[in-house]
Design a protein around this ligand. Structure first.
Ligand code: ATP
Ligand code: MN
Length: 462
């Protein structure tokens, strides 16, 4: 008989039919009447299904009475309307096969609640908990919604490279990729001789697929990437990972205003799809992680984003007399404490545009004032920066000047400069950190808990 998922069984209403289900025991409860109830979960839904195991089953005394949390079973039985309260359906077992035992003296996931910190040390078992199961299903539903969003709008999904020879941000926080023997690194004039390395030059893991996305946008119109990116930043915060997933749309014939509009529509569409498609998981998180979770997500969906320039943001922040750790001033970066203040001030999501060019990368379009660039950061309540984006510099000479100003070598960007030489167009795009958006919808405080296997400094178990 074909296996049925618990999610299906709970919805089916096919009472009286014979079913087979497979999953893991969450709890066992024995009745004085000589029968037992098993709560089984198979990961298809946060809900468990109740299995009634009668004492007349052949292996009742030898096996069923020894089942504990974590054991895997195959149950055959009849789907029935449950008389018990809180349960719509149950399976009256005709056969319970124990597949794998889980020694209760040793199995780390007993039915009590564990701290997130502890669960990180058993990342191979944590997806069996309600919270991590919910996060995994939500992450999956969001991935699907993201592809649907772009595919519905005619965007081409682009696979940008993982290994690159260019550094998008011009910053130093990259992982090197090498096949050199680190015990015997070839040297020339006191420096590493990369001519002997795999690519014959330094290589690294990508920090962003943007530059490559621009190449394809300037041929195909609208493209997006959705893949892993890597940053060797040594920042042990609750919002930074060394390996995280980024969504990067890039659009030709698109200015900053249209870029902002797409970003807002994107965030709202993805959030709304989670509320629509992940109702059980969201209800669980709303109950056990954050009582305001669904209301907060709803607020972002239903209120329009506040738009202001960097200069206006600094004016607002300058009026705050105390409470900030980092100084506020024109030319200084907006820190996450400031981002949270701005969202609180407007009581909604905020888009800050037109930053000083000194604190943004070389590729952003320089405004007429010569001091600011067409940058946009989008800030979500409680999270802070979720999106960084911009209109790109489309003028060859200006871009060349910016590359030199930032002490980068124009020779490294010859192909990127070519895009401005041949058929240049106004174009824009942004990068959204997938895990930060998952943090926002799930209410989980630490980014390490919304990715299956977090990579952070000094942490590479699993
Ligand atoms: P932050 O100031 O928060 O470090 P950033 O300015 O470095 O962000 P961008 O380079 O603009 O960020 O990257 C685009 C988006 O990727 C960010 O808005 C954020 O959502 C996400 N992001 C950036 N760095 C990380 C990281 N280390 N871990 C997880 N997400 C990140
Ligand atoms: Mn950063």
């Amino acid at each position: 008989m074909k296996r049925k998922k618990i999610a299906e069984l709970i919805e089916s209403g096919d009472f009286g039919s014979e079913v087979t289900l497979m999953g893991w025991v969450r709890t066992r409860r024995d009745s004085k009447g000589g029968f037992s109830f098993l709560e089984i979960n198979d990961g298809s839904t946060i809900k468990n299904i109740q299995v009634l195991a009668e004492g007349t089953l052949a292996n009742y005394a030898q096996e069923i009475l020894k089942l504990t949390t974590g054991c895997s079973v195959i149950v055959k039985g009849i789907l029935a309307e449950s008389p018990g309260k809180g349960q719509k359906v149950e399976v009256q077992a005709t056969e319970v096969t124990v597949v794998g035992w889980a020694d209760p003296e040793k199995y780390p996931l007993q039915k009590k609640r564990h701290s997130f910190e502890h669960l990180r040390t058993i990342a191979h078992l944590r997806p069996r908990t309600n919270t991590f199961g919910a996060v995994a299903r939500i992450r999956n539903a969001m991935s699907y919604a993201i592809h649907t969003f772009f595919q519905d709008r005619g965007f081409i999904y682009l696979h940008s490279p993982i290994i690159t020879g260019s550094n998008c941000e011009g910053a130093g926080d990259m992982f090197n990729v090498t096949t050199l023997d680190l015990q015997r690194v070839p040297n020339k004039d006191g420096r590493v001789d990369f001519r002997e390395d795999f690519f014959g030059k330094p290589a690294n893991l990508t920090v962003s697929g943007q530059l490559e996305a621009e190449v394809y946008a300037l041929a195909l119109g609208n493209v997006y990437t959705f893949g892993p990116t890597f940053r060797a930043e040594n920042s042990n915060t609750s919002r930074h990972l060394a390996e995280f997933w980024m969504i990067e749309p890039e659009m030709a014939f698109c200015d900053l205003k249209e870029n902002l509009d797409l970003a807002e529509e994107f965030i709202k569409t993805i959030l709304a799809s989670v509320l629509r498609n992940c109702t059980d998981d969201m209800a669980f998180l709303n109950r056990f992680v954050d009582k305001d979770l669904i209301a907060t997500v709803d607020d972002v969906i239903n209120s329009s984003f506040e738009h202001l320039t960097y200069t206006e943001a600094i004016e607002i922040l300058s009026k705050v007399r105390e409470g900030f750790e980092f100084p506020v001033g024109w030319g200084k970066d907006i820190q996450s404490e400031h981002e949270r203040y701005l969202c609180g001030h407007f009581k909604r999501s905020v888009a800050v545009t037109d930053y000083p060019k000194e604190i943004k990368p070389f590729y952003m379009k320089v405004n007429k004032d010569g001091r600011t660039v067409r940058a946009m950061d989008i800030l979500l309540p409680g999270i802070g920066e979720i999106i960084g984006g911009s209109q790109r510099e489309d003028d060859y000479e200006t871009l060349l000047t910016r590359i030199k100003e930032m002490n980068l070598d124009p020779a490294d960007y010859w192909w990127y400069l070519d895009l401005r030489k041949y058929g240049t167009v106004v174009h824009s795009g942004f990068g959204l950190g997938f895990e930060r958006l998952i943090q926002f919808v799930t209410g989980l405080a630490n980014i390490r808990d919304v990715i299956p296997f977090p990579r952070t400094p000094m942490n590479l178990e699993f």
